[in-house]
Design a protein around this ligand. Structure first.
Ligand code: ADP
Length: 431
């Protein structure tokens, strides 16, 4: 129902009332008195309703307004309609909040809603089981007062919420948690915590398995290689088919040996075995040494290798790991560039970062493969990679080494034109 009223109607009604009362007064020869009395009654009626309205607004317990006729009836109806609409909206909002909470309670993860000042506003039951944050008891507390881990404080200070933060659960040190934070609405933050203990344990088992198998394979391979070399070195003339067989065995054993060696290096860098073994490394000297060492690798293909190494660039790191990463990039450029190619190896300090790059004019990589290059065992062309002695582990090793050295690998490549592999070390690691 919609009630229309205009100023004109109101005015007409008052004037009509005054004219009628004036006419009645005129009949009794008391025009002024009757008009004044009617006006006073009208005023008293309005004041009475104003008083009722104020009383109902401030003291009334019922949502239904007082009953009245005429214009005041319309006013009360209008107010009542508004209140009902507001109540309906509130009910719908409450229903939505309830559904959100039910959904958040059903999550297998802990969920906390925080203000932008990191004050706890809401949390689900899992939040109390995984993080020890109870709702509503802990509402109003800052999250970093309850989760006091240096890695979490650093995560909050850095403000880079694209990647997760790993912590041990504050209430159960057997649980490994992965925390993620994301903007939620315009002025809130959603914090999700997931129990990744099982995944971590499986990952550990996988790493141990690879490391143990690689280690166990080393001895039999050495024995086989020893016997093959012994037979080949003996004076006894071998029949041609035996000669061929032993040459093939030697090639395959060497391949397997290289693969096992790469697997061992990878599991070493993955497990960050050398974390405590970081020291000041003269990167310029290290790269010049590598370039000297790879000369023999370049003998067959005879690439022109241009060296552009700025002197005295040092970083804090592990020499063994850094050597392995840089060597992988240079030997890949040699392997995947056709003979007589051009390779540029550059090391320079860009002011805010140290940049090492290896650029070749070789086969290049198709854009769809670029993002997968650092996966273990990924090779664009398996048969070609096998011929070059590739295992598909080199760039995975580079990625892990860079994780320990605040470094980033970027790859720019154009199919059939060449590639550039660039490592940028952040200033944190530069000394
Ligand atoms: P691999 O031992 O097979 O060389 P890597 O992890 O070092 O393993 O490299 C993965 C794959 O990336 C290679 O198989 C190759 O296809 C491609 N690749 C690496 N470097 C280059 C390069 N400089 N030019 C072209 N392709 C490359």
């Amino acid at each position: 129902m919609y009630f229309r009223i205009s100023a004109r109607t109101l005015f007409t009604r008052i004037i009509s009332l005054l004219i009628i009362s004036g006419f009645v007064g005129y009949l009794f020869d008391q025009t002024f008195l009757v008009v004044s009395l009617v006006s006073l009654c009208l005023l008293a009626w309005h004041y009475n309703h104003l008083f009722k309205l104020i009383k109902w607004l401030w003291l009334g317990k019922s949502i239904a307004p007082p009953q009245a006729n005429g214009i005041w009836g319309r006013i009360y109806d209008g107010l009542y309609r508004r209140i009902r609409k507001q109540r309906l909206k509130q009910k719908q909002l409450n229903e939505r909040i309830r559904k959100f909470r039910d959904g958040a309670e059903a999550l297998p993860d802990a969920a906390l809603v925080l203000s932008t000042e990191l004050i706890i506003l809401w949390g689900n039951k899992k939040a109390s089981q995984l993080l020890g944050v109870r709702w509503p008891e802990d509402v109003g507390l800052r999250i970093n007062n309850l989760i006091r881990f240096p890695e979490f404080s650093k995560y909050l200070d850095d403000g880079d919420f694209d990647s997760p933060c790993l912590i041990i659960s504050p209430i159960n040190n057997e649980l490994q948690l992965e925390l993620r934070m994301m903007a939620y609405g315009s002025d809130q933050i959603l914090l999700l915590a997931r129990d990744i203990s099982k995944i971590q344990r499986l990952e550990e088992m996988r790493r141990d398995f690879v490391a143990n198998v690689s280690h166990e394979l080393k001895t039999p391979l050495t024995v086989v290689r020893g016997y093959v070399e012994m037979v080949q070195a003996s004076d006894a003339a071998l029949e041609p088919h035996w000669q061929k067989a032993f040459t093939t065995i030697e090639t395959q054993v060497s391949r397997m040996d290289r693969l096992v060696e790469q697997l061992l290096v990878l599991s070493r860098v993955e497990n960050n075995v050398d974390a405590d073994n970081h020291q000041q490394i003269d990167l310029s000297r290290l790269i010049l040494t590598i370039l000297e060492e790879v000369k023999w690798l370049n003998q067959d293909k005879n690439h022109a290798i241009h060296e552009n190494i700025s002197p005295n660039i040092s970083i804090n790191g592990n020499e063994h790991e850094l050597k392995s990463a840089c060597l992988n990039l240079i030997s890949n450029a040699i392997a995947y560039t056709p003979a007589n190619g051009v390779i540029a190896v550059t090391l320079r300090n860009d002011g805010n970062k140290i940049r090492f790059s290896v650029k070749d004019n070789g086969s290049g990589i198709k854009p769809e493969h670029v993002n997968r290059l650092t996966e273990r065992f990924f090779r664009v062309d398996k048969s070609r990679s096998r011929n070059t002695g590739g295992s598909g582990l080199g760039l995975a090793i580079v990625k892990h080494v860079l994780n320990h050295h605040h470094g980033e690998l970027s790859i720019e490549s154009e199919w059939q034109k060449g590639s550039e592999f660039i490592i940028c070390f952040s200033p944190e690691i530069a000394k």
